[in-house]
Write a protein that binds this ligand. Structure first.
Ligand code: SF4
Length: 359
């Protein structure tokens, strides 16, 4: 390691000793499994939001073997509201593979970890360093930002040749000693000081060697991806309520949008739908599109007949056949422990209120 790298790591570690976060739930009773679950949750979720989910998850599945044995439905239920459900499906699948291939432990080799679904190079690096005390570099969004600015790294890191340069720098700076603390410190630096739009360079421990800061406009790094306009889709959700106050839900196929979760039957707006009462439409935002949801309350004791092959706007291009998925009547009070996405949960709560009012 060059003296510049050693000096960088030293200052980052000093800062960590004074200001780094040390009381997060996944920093207690550390195991590779706990680190892994926390890393997956934190990929698209803020720390404060992830904490209660993490605690509930660990209470139900304290070990990797517990997770591997749990029904997927149950795991998705624990994930409900966090979004990006492929993360939960991959966790579950990877836990089962770890049982089959690695005696129920997470493997200690980068390649073996990366061979498990949902584990990329940075997550593998976090598991090895934070969970197993080994030297491995990480490069999550926060670390990428700090390094891009410190080194004034130009180019879009979504491009593979640019990303390779980011990894080279990450590897060069990662110290042999105290790698776990260093990696945690880099994530904390990015989350608290070197923030997206207003980096607090004045109190940053590496400001005197930071090229982005010296140039005067560190926020230009890393180069932002140019965003295409977000497509809009629309769907009609059929809220079928029977005389017993139960509602019809069906489980979506295991892959694709909201894979494995329970949702209402859906139809494109232009398709003929059973008569009912329209509720105000609202928008749910996904990473790649905005979904306009048009709920329609339909009363009756028969599940809705939705013609085979017709799928709702949410499903367009995703997973034809979703309406042929198995369904069932579910009670509204209490709601059963099923994995449902956030907008469906919202509608179920409104249905619950309606049924309570009517009874
Ligand atoms: S000096 Fe500023 S831009 Fe450079 S790493 Fe620190 S906070 Fe980020």
């Amino acid at each position: 390691m060059s003296s510049r790298s050693a000096d960088f790591a030293g200052r980052v570690l000093d800062w960590y000793d004074r200001h780094g976060r040390k009381d997060l739930p996944w920093q207690q009773a550390v195991t590779p499994y706990r680190v892994w679950v926390s890393e997956i949750m934190l990929q698209q979720t803020q720390v404060a939001t992830a904490i209660p989910y993490f605690e509930r998850f660990m209470a139900s599945y304290p070990t990797l073997a517990d997770l591997a044995e749990a029904p997927l439905d149950d795991v998705l239920h624990h994930w409900a509201g966090l979004g990006y459900y492929a993360r939960a499906r991959n966790l579950h699948k990877a836990a089962q593979l770890a049982v089959d291939r690695h005696d129920g432990e997470l493997p200690a080799a980068l390649d073996d970890l990366e061979a498990l679904p949902g584990i990329g190079r940075s997550t593998a690096g976090a598991i090895l360093s934070l969970g197993m005390g080994r030297r491995a570099a990480i490069l999550d969004g926060n670390v990428k930002r700090v390094l891009a600015r410190h080194e004034a790294l130009a180019g879009d890191p979504a491009r593979s040749e640019v990303l390779r340069r980011f990894w080279d720098v990450a590897e060069r700076y990662t110290p042999v000693e105290r790698t776990a603390n260093y990696n945690q410190a880099m994530m904390d630096l990015g989350a608290t000081l070197c923030t997206r739009s207003r980096p607090a360079c004045g109190i940053c421990p590496v400001n005197d060697s930071c090229r982005g800061h010296a140039e005067g406009s560190p926020a230009q790094y890393p180069q932002k991806q140019r965003k295409a306009a977000t497509p809009e889709r629309a769907t009609r959700m059929l809220l079928c309520l029977n005389a017993r106050g139960e509602v019809w839900l069906r489980q979506r196929p295991p892959s694709g949008l909201w894979g494995g979760l329970w949702t209402f039957p859906e139809l494109p707006l232009e398709a003929g739908a059973p008569a009912g009462q329209d509720w105000p439409a609202f928008v749910h935002v996904f990473t790649h599109f905005r979904l306009h949801i048009h709920p329609r309350l339909v009363r009756g004791d028969q599940p809705p007949v939705v013609p085979a092959g017709i799928t709702g706007g949410a499903d367009a291009g995703e997973d034809a056949g979703v309406n042929e998925a198995p369904g069932r009547w579910v009670t509204l009070a209490p709601l059963p422990a099923l994995g449902v996405p956030a907008p469906v949960q919202q509608l179920l709560q409104r249905l619950q209120a309606l049924v309570e009012n009517e009874s």
